[in-house]
Design a protein around this ligand. Structure first.
Ligand code: PLP
Length: 410
């Protein structure tokens, strides 16, 4: 008899965004002509930069010739992209990596979900709350999270609440946690961590022999020059942190699929008898067994982001979305809403008016204005009473959505 992995049965029925899509689908079925604007799921809307499109065309042409054809590539990614990453994303910040420490992936979701395979099943896990659901869901699928109680907390997980009351700054735990997931700029709150705050986490990890899985998928949205883009800007981080990056939000790659993970050679975890094991060769072993590489086309497209014209065009794309974030912040504040984030990230985090719970506000917003947001509680218990708006719409649709909300509240 094949036995099912019962840990799956403890999970919520749907991934959060599938739940949102289901509710919107039901609403559409009942209101066939409703003109719905989605500021819900974090998908981008604007076309790829011309430099990226040109690189895709060129790579496709190459693939159609005997000398330019590429079959399976290196599991870790092509050297041309790994070298471009080191040169453009790290060297200017004084951070040195070798190509062996860079792993190209098909987007950060896979690696942020898969990285937990490197640690023992009984390690303790800590997350900021609310948080991007993939970290906890992937740990729950293999039973590391324990069981979920009625308040939405998993029994074996440490939660570091981030709410307006603590200015969205997670408190360093007073207990030992083996692995901590941090995501900055944060999805969903759109808030950032200062260098001083990030330093506290790195020091905590070093002191407690913990690991930090640092998701920097939104680093390109940072506007404030004092906010760190990479955890490796903090001394000591290369001993305790693995960093994830993605081109999805940086350059509209949600449909192209490419990102990367940095696993420094110094980062180690212990065996029960105290031997230090470097994680870099383990990740290489894992990737070469279970992953056959990101497509040549996607990697050439990613390389084009680092060309002079690619960099200009990518910055323009980010500025386009940040205009929406500023617009939402300004107009929502004028309406008297409590809103956070949105200054160094493409997300605006709103406290629901009249202390409505997240799903009640989501439903009311949809039925009154035909605008879709994401209920904060879907990102964790401390997200209750908040909703998330994304800045990834077009200017016109975002403006129209704010107009509708304004009419509703006036
Ligand atoms: N990490 C965070 C925090 C995200 O919000 C997302 C996507 O929304 C991802 C990772 C995954 O992005 P991708 O797999 O498209 O690179």
């Amino acid at each position: 008899m094949a036995l099912v992995n019962e840990h799956f049965l403890k999970m919520p029925g749907n991934y959060l965004f599938a739940d949102v899509a289901k509710r919107v689908g039901a609403f559409k079925a009942a209101h066939k002509r409703a003109d719905i604007i989605s500021l819900g799921t974090g998908d981008v809307t604007q076309p790829l930069a011309p430099a990226v499109v040109a690189a895709l065309h060129k790579a496709a042409e190459e693939m159609g010739t005997p000398e330019g054809f590429h079959g399976y590539g290196p599991e870790q990614g092509y050297l041309f992209l790994r070298e471009a990453i080191i040169k453009h994303d790290y060297l200017p910040r004084g951070i040195h990596f070798t190509a062996n420490e860079v792993f190209i992936n098909d987007g950060a979701k896979s690696d942020t979900g898969n990285i937990q395979e490197l640690i023992r099943w009984d390690n303790s896990v800590g997350v900021t709350d609310p948080i991007y659901p993939v970290y906890l869901d992937s740990n729950s699928m293999i039973g590391r999270s324990g069981v979920k109680d009625e308040s939405g907390h998993w029994s074996n997980v440490f939660y570091f609440p981030c709410t307006a009351e603590n200015h969205f700054i997670p408190q360093i735990p007073d207990k030992r946690v083996d692995v901590v997931y941090l995501c900055y700029p944060n999805n969903p709150t759109g808030t950032v961590l200062s260098r001083e705050e990030l330093k506290k986490w790195v020091n905590y990890a070093i002191k407690n022999d913990a690991l930090i899985f640092f998701d920097a998928a939104y680093e390109a949205y940072i506007q404030d020059p004092d906010i760190p883009h990479s955890i490796y800007e903090i001394r000591g981080a290369r001993k305790c942190a693995i960093e994830f990056r993605s081109y999805s939000k940086t350059a509209g790659f949600t449909g192209v699929r490419c990102g990367y993970t940095i696993v420094p050679e110094e980062v180690t975890a212990a065996t029960l008898d105290g031997n230090r094991i470097p994680l870099n060769p383990l990740w290489l072993r894992r990737q070469s067994t279970k992953f056959n590489g990101t497509s040549y086309l996607s990697q050439r497209a990613a390389e084009a982001i680092y060309t002079p014209e690619g960099q200009i065009q990518t910055k323009e794309g980010i500025a386009y979305y940040m205009y929406n974030a500023e617009n939402m912040l300004r107009r929502f504040r004028r309406l008297g809403f409590e809103v956070y984030g949105g200054e160094n990230a493409p997300y605006v985090w709103m406290k629901t008016p009249n202390a409505a719970d997240s799903w009640t506000f989501f439903n009311e917003l949809l039925s009154r204005t035909r605008v879709v947001c994401t209920p904060g509680v879907g990102f964790g218990p401390s997200g209750e009473g908040y909703v998330r708006f994304t800045a990834f719409g077009s200017h016109e649709k975002t403006d129209e959505a704010i107009d509708r909300i304004e009419r509703w509240f006036k």
